[in-house]
Every structure is written in C-alpha cells, then in structure tokens.
Design a protein around this ligand. Structure first.
Ligand code: EPZ
Length: 417
C-alpha cells in the first residue's frame, strides 16, 4: 500500500492552483449521459473517485478519452441502465447516476451503494424524491429497480437538504414535461455548478443556491465543453495546513465566497487572509490562539468536509476547542490516529473536545477516510521528526498530487509505493 513519508517543521511558502472540485465533477460526469452528443470536461482532476465514475459510465456504454486534463465523453451508445454491485460499492456517490440514467434510458437497475467510513449514508431521500416524480422504485435483494415510464413533473419537498438527492432529482426531472419544483434542497455551490452545466447543455433549471429549485422539462440536451468550479474543500485543506505550519501561500483559481465560513473562523486566529484580483493570500506567523466553537452545518454553514482538518488545527491551538459534527454520525474516526501524534482529544457523541498542545510528535499513522487522511498529513507537516501516513489511497480519492503541492510549498513529503 502507498504511503506518505513526512518530515515536519517546515513553513509553507508559495502558490497553489486550486484544482476542480471532486464533488462538482462527479455529478457533472453523471449528467454527461443526458445527451448523445460529445461532452468535454476541462481541468478534470485525476482522482480515484473520478476514475471509478468514468468506469461506471464506460459500463453503461460511454466512450471515454482523456487528453491531458480534458475528459471527452461520448454517450451516443448508452443502451442500458445497469450499475454493477462492485462499482456501486466502490463509489458511493454513483447513486446520483440513478437520476441521469432514468432521464436518459427510463429504466435503472443499481446495486445499493454501501455506507462508508463516515456513516450509514442512507438513500431514502433520493428514493422518496424519485417516487414523488411518479417513478416506480422497487428495492429487492440489495438492488434498486426503477421505471420512469410514467414520470410526472411534480412539486416535492426533501426531508433534509441532501446534496446528492438534490443533484439526483435535478437530473431525473430534466426532461419531465412541465414544471418540477423541489423544496428544501441543498444550497452547496456544487449544486449551482451542476445547474450551470446542465443549462449550458440546454436544460431549463433555476434556483440552485436557494432553498427551491425549479426545473422546466425540455426535449433534449446538446453537447458542451465545461470547466467545473474550483474545489473549495481541497483549498480549505491547504489553507488550514498553512495556518498550522506557518507560512505565506497564495491560492489561485479560488472562489472566496465558497470559503466564507472557514475564513470567518480562521480570521479570529493568528492568520491574515486577504483577497485581491481573485487571489487569496494566507499568511500565518505560526502562532495558534484559541479557535472559536465550530458546528458543522449545511452550506453556507461550516462544511462537514473540513471538520477533520479544523480538528487537526485545534490540536495545536491554545486552550480548549469544541467541534461538533452535525451532518454525519461517525466522522471522528480519525481521532484515534491523531492521539498517536500527541493530540489530546476526547469525543463525546457528536462533539470533540480538544485540549491544545504546543508540539506534536511524528508517528506511524493510518488514513481511515478521505478527509481524516488529509488531516493526518497536515499534522505530520507540523509535527517534530517523521510521520508515515499509510493507506493513502483514501486521500487520493479526493486530492490529486497532494505530495507534489506540499513539496512545491517547501514541505518535506515523499510518496512511497
Ligand atoms: C455529499 O455527499 C458530498 N459528496 C460529501 O462529501 C459531503 O460530505 C456531503 O455531500 C455533505 O456536504 C459528494 O458530493 C460526492 P448528503 P452526500 O446527502 O450527497 C443524510 C467528501 O468528503 N441523508 O448531503 O452523500 C446523510 O446521512 C464527501 O468529499 C439521508 O439521511 O451527502 C447525511 O447525514 C463525504 N438520506 C446528510 O443527509 C439520504 O437519502 C447529508 O448527506 C441522503 C442523505
């Protein structure tokens, strides 16, 4: 298994070109099968989750080519809507292919996507939403069979603002005759990016970013070339590492609005964050005063996907930090590895209580999930001596070339196969 070998204690100085967002690219790739014309996705990140999504699309009959950072998708041969068990397990977020398959093919047979390290990841809101569109949904033997022959534009409300369910239903309704209204939807920026992508193909969708999305059914969608939004979570992860290690880093290809909740929390600590001509500068003198209380929340609240990373920062902040994870039920699993590096963290239910320490010591640790793994790397960059992070395949699901980026900032980190 691959690992990162990190020698800590270096300040981070330089520039980061923020990559395209994994959580925007995945639903956009699912949306590519909504047209039988060619779609080109520019600046498509090389990530395991993206590779798995492309494998699933190929399984549906898509022809996929990669040219540098472009991915070219031709869906004219898409002929069935079957997503195999192992691929659905490998990529949980394949569930929002249901919507695009039903819109394109009318029928779907998908194995139940598994839960993962951070929680059960139920899909009840996805399925209730499809049923509200008069789509027949049968769950049998770990498979979901859907028939959208009688799909009907409807006015429906989600029990909670699920990101994936919002994306799934937007795509399911894109050709449904009439007006579909979906209420209590997620407001994450990735939803607006999907709306922009689909509208650039000829869809008629509005309201992304607000609590209500309206889809007017159209007859068909045409091909397009599209560049997804920058990855606010990858950017936030590198910003937090800069605050932890001390340094002076400029972030290009960033949308400051997407990071308002993180910036507002960090600006109360010892770093200086400024934005000019679309470039975000993060300067940190390496001091870590007390962190304000953090509650993860739906967007625009503090993102659950930065919870592990801000908890890593909290381990070296003055005083006691309180961080509550309100979105997923088991997203503190990485804490046991944090403790191996000298962190003092207690977890009570959904709240982590962190007693800041001035030093962390390098150790052999194991990534348990995508964001937890990224946090261990940040701690290794700060810690004394050497940290070895194993099972970095978790990290490579969502971070392209993390070692290359940190090395370019002056860190000592080597990827070992
Ligand atoms: C998306 O997952 C992201 N993944 C997650 O990022 C992110 O953490 C999450 O949104 C929340 O922002 C992608 O976009 C590929 P949800 P998703 O449905 O859509 C419950 C990462 O690290 N729920 O908004 O699966 C669910 O259990 C990943 O990049 C139901 O109860 O998240 C959770 O508690 C991790 N029933 C809450 O809603 C459902 O049918 C939010 O989940 C669906 C969700």
């Amino acid at each position: 298994m691959s690992k990162y070998i990190i020698n800590g204690g270096k300040r981070l100085v330089g520039q980061v070109e923020v990559p395209s967002a994994k959580n925007a690219v995945l639903p956009i790739l699912a949306g590519c099968i909504l047209t039988d014309e060619q779609v080109v996705i520019h600046k498509c990140p090389k990530l395991r989750d993206v590779d798995n999504m492309l494998k699933i699309l190929q399984g549906l009959g898509c022809i996929i080519e990669r040219e540098g950072t472009d991915v070219i998708i031709n869906s004219s041969n898409v002929s069935h809507g079957i997503v195999s068990h192992d691929l659905a397990q490998e990529l949980r977020s394949s569930i929002f292919l249901l919507g695009s398959i039903l819109a394109r093919i009318g029928k779907a047979d998908m194995a139940y996507p598994g839960g993962c390290e951070i929680g059960l990841r139920p899909i009840d809101i996805h399925l209730e939403g499809l049923k509200a569109l008069n789509i027949e949904v049968i769950e049998d033997g770990g498979h979901i069979y859907c028939d959208a022959s009688n799909i009907k534009a409807s006015d429906l409300i989600l029990d909670l603002p699920s990101v994936g369910a919002t994306e799934n239903l937007m795509m399911a309704a894109v050709f449904a005759k009439g007006k579909t209204i979906i209420r209590n939807v997620a407001r994450e920026p990735e939803i607006a990016d999907l709306q922009d992508f689909l509208n650039s193909m000829g869809a008629k969708i509005r309201g992304a970013g607000s609590g209500v999305i309206v889809i007017e059914g159209v007859k068909s969608l045409h091909g397009v070339e599209y560049t997804p939004m920058p990855d606010r979570i990858a950017a936030g992860s590198y910003i937090i590492s800069t605050v932890m290690c001390g340094g002076d880093v400029e972030f290009n290809n960033i949308i400051p609005e997407h990071l308002r909740s993180l910036v507002s929390k960090l600006s109360k600590t010892a770093c200086n964050i400024s934005v000019k001509n679309g470039i975000m500068k993060v300067r940190s003198n390496g001091r870590h005063p007390r962190l304000p209380k953090i509650d993860t929340m739906y967007y625009p609240g503090f993102p659950t996907d930065l919870q592990s990373q801000i908890t890593a920062l909290a381990t070296i902040c003055d005083g006691t930090s309180i961080i509550t994870e309100n979105i997923f039920e088991t997203r503190f699993k990485q804490i046991s590895e944090f403790r191996k590096m000298g962190a003092k963290v207690e977890v009570k239910g959904r709240t982590a209580i962190i007693e800041g320490v001035s030093r962390l010591s390098g150790a052999e640790v194991t990534a348990e999930d995508l964001r937890g793994g990224a946090s261990l790397v940040s701690m290794g960059l700060f810690a004394d001596r050497t940290t070895i992070v194993s099972d970095i395949y978790h990290i490579e699901r969502g971070y392209e070339g993390m070692d290359v980026i940190y090395t370019s900032l002056g860190a000592s980190i080597v990827r070992q196969d």
